[in-house]
Design a protein around this ligand. Sequence first.
Ligand SMILES: [Zn+2]
Length: 120
Amino acid sequence: MGVQLDKTMGELESLLRTKLRGEILDHLVANRHPQGSRTIADALGKPHHAVQRAVCELVLQGRITQVARGADRKPVYRPVEVGPCEWCELVSHHLVAGECPSCKTLTLDLARPSLARLVC
Ligand SMILES: [Zn+2]
C-alpha cells in the first residue's frame, strides 16, 4: 500500500514537473524577450524554486538556453527552436532568437537580423 502510494505520488510529481516545463517553454516562446527564472515564476504564478529547477532541466534537455544576463545579473533564457535562420535561411534545430549556431558565432559584431536584434 505504502509502496503503491509512493509510486503514485512519484508519477504525479513527474507529471506536474513535465507540465511546468511545458508552461515555461510556452511562456518563453510567447514572450520574445529573454527572461530569468524569477520573472517567469511571477508571470506563471508558480513558486520560484520549482521554476528554477524546471529551468535547469530545460537547459539540460537543450530546449532553452541562456542568452545573456538580466538587470539583476541573473541569467536570462530563450527557447531553442526549429526553423529557418534569419541570416543563412537554412532550417536549424538549434535556432535561438532567429540565429543558427554557426551564424551566431560569425555575427556577434554585425547588425543583427530582426528577431535577434529585437530580443537579444
Ligand atoms: Zn544561420
